[in-house]
Ligand binder design. Structure first.
Ligand SMILES: Cc1cc2nc3c(=O)[nH]c(=O)nc-3n(C[C@H](O)[C@H](O)[C@H](O)COP(=O)(O)OP(=O)(O)OC[C@H]3O[C@@H](n4cnc5c(N)ncnc54)[C@H](O)[C@@H]3O)c2cc1C
Length: 412
């Protein structure tokens, strides 16, 4: 049973209704908690990041999390299965193949269009059990003994809300992180991800490709209607020229860099560009505040880990909230959260950053090492299993949602 609502007083206030904040809101729906979601844009606004053009590779682990939330079957309707991942290094012979068949599972992951995923999440929130303040921006936070007071700017007016726990899911430039005086480490990769949907001569047959080149990685991921989603990493100072290329030249240059495993590239859709950097918060909690998703960690998209990692933030936080009674024991909850997320965050960030650095380096010796490494991973079963598990996002499964189980509440 939901608690009786007191206007503008919430147990949990989520700021940021991108894919991560909206996912948390859906995860908390079955719990006896008063929850509200705030975002600077209307959910249907084209500027809303949940509605942009990128396609997202959801790992098997994320599939289980959405399954636990009860929305996987809807998401799957529009998703394309990834049956194999082929990893190679331009100019070297080494290659590694990860396959769903070897793991005895249906798919290593699924590709979904960010826009569709956003729509599915907001569809799941449409029964209005979760209050929404959209468009609205957080302006100030004031600490009181038993709650936080948050002021919002909404349609030129100021609105004041109270909450026991404030969740910052407000993205890479999180203003809540700043208001909470949490610092960040910022590494600019001096790279831009050029993103577009492309068609190829041969059918993709549900294969994903990760190809490392001296300029940066290229990811080609299987989409519906025999399209593939491309993330082509370019040095920042060369990206504008690539973006401006006329389609035929763009497709030719892409073929030269990626090779012809799927035949020639035949068509390219709208191109967009994302500057790439690693941004990590110095800590993920402050008094009554927790950072999740890009507000906590923004990664290079090379290995498709950003949202998958964030969904594990969501799963752990939702699980801890499900175990709470009223009033929430927020300090203890945040301590548990930090402790439970520490290792996954550290390892996934190190893994992604390590890939970018190792594979974006033109050094000849490192080139041989990479080729040797890929062959080794391909031949040695435990190494391949480790890489597969990282890609599948199944190495940390302490929360109920990450095991595909439904949450229910103990909150009174
Ligand atoms: C090219 C590319 C490809 C990617 N591919 C993959 C992939 O294959 N797999 C994967 O797992 N990840 C991938 N990612 C990463 C993934 O897209 C991100 O991890 C994820 O979208 C982060 O979502 P978020 O909700 O944390 O942040 P955001 O999407 O930035 O959302 C933040 C929200 O907060 C709101 N907001 C900000 N400030 C305020 C404020 N003051 N008040 C109110 N609201 C505010 C914003 O309007 C926004 O809606 C990719 C990223 C890129 C760039």
């Amino acid at each position: 049973m939901k608690k009786q609502k007191t206007p503008d007083v919430y147990d949990v206030l989520i700021v940021g209704g991108g894919l991560v904040g909206a996912s948390l809101a859906v995860a908390l729906k079955p719990l006896a908690l008063n929850v509200a979601l705030v975002d600077a844009f209307q959910a249907k606004d084209q500027q809303h990041p949940a509605y942009d053009d990128r396609a997202i590779a959801l790992s098997y682990g994320s599939q289980l999390i959405y399954q636990g939330m009860g929305i996987w079957s809807d998401i799957q309707t529009d998703a394309t299965a990834i049956k194999t991942i082929h990893i190679s290094d331009q100019g070297h012979f080494g290659a590694t193949r990860l396959s769903a068949q070897q793991e005895n599972i249906e798919a290593l992951g699924y590709l979904v269009e960010s826009r569709r995923l956003g729509q599915q999440l907001y569809q799941a929130l449409s029964d209005q059990r979760i209050d929404r303040y959209m468009p609205a921006r957080v302006e100030t936070i004031t600490h009181h003994t038993d709650f936080l007071e948050v002021t919002l700017e909404q349609a030129g007016k100021t609105k004041t809300l109270r909450c026991q726990l404030l969740v910052a899911a407000d993205g890479t430039r999180s203003s809540l992180r700043e208001l909470a005086a949490i610092g960040v480490q910022h590494t600019d990769y001096h790279q831009v991800g050029v993103v577009a949907n492309v068609s190829t001569e041969k059918a993709h047959q549900n294969q994903a490709f990760e190809r490392f080149t001296s300029k940066g990685p290229i990811a080609l991921l299987p989409l519906s209607n025999q399209r593939s989603s491309l993330i082509w990493t370019q040095p920042s100072n060369e990206a504008a020229a690539i973006l401006a290329l006329e389609d035929t030249h763009f497709l030719q240059q892409l073929g030269n860099a990626f090779g012809y495993r799927l035949g020639r590239f035949t068509k390219v859709g709208k191109r967009s560009a994302f500057p790439l950097s690693l941004v990590t918060a110095d800590r993920n909690t402050a008094e009554r505040i927790v950072l999740i998703g890009n507000a906590s960690h923004t990664l290079h998209p090379v290995a498709g880990q950003g949202l998958n990692l964030a969904l594990r933030d969501v799963a752990v936080l939702a699980d801890l909230l499900a175990q709470q009674r009223q009033p929430l024991a927020v300090s203890a909850l945040l301590l548990d959260y930090e402790q439970q997320r520490q290792q996954d965050l550290k390892e996934t960030i190190r893994y992604t950053d390590g890939l970018v650095r190792l594979f974006s380096n033109p050094n000849v010796f490192l080139g041989h090492l990479r080729a040797g490494g890929l062959i080794m991973v391909d031949r040695i079963s435990p190494l391949r299993k480790r890489l597969t598990r990282q890609s599948m996002g199944t190495q940390y499964r302490q929360s109920r949602l990450s095991r595909g189980l439904t949450l229910s509440t103990t909150t009174g």
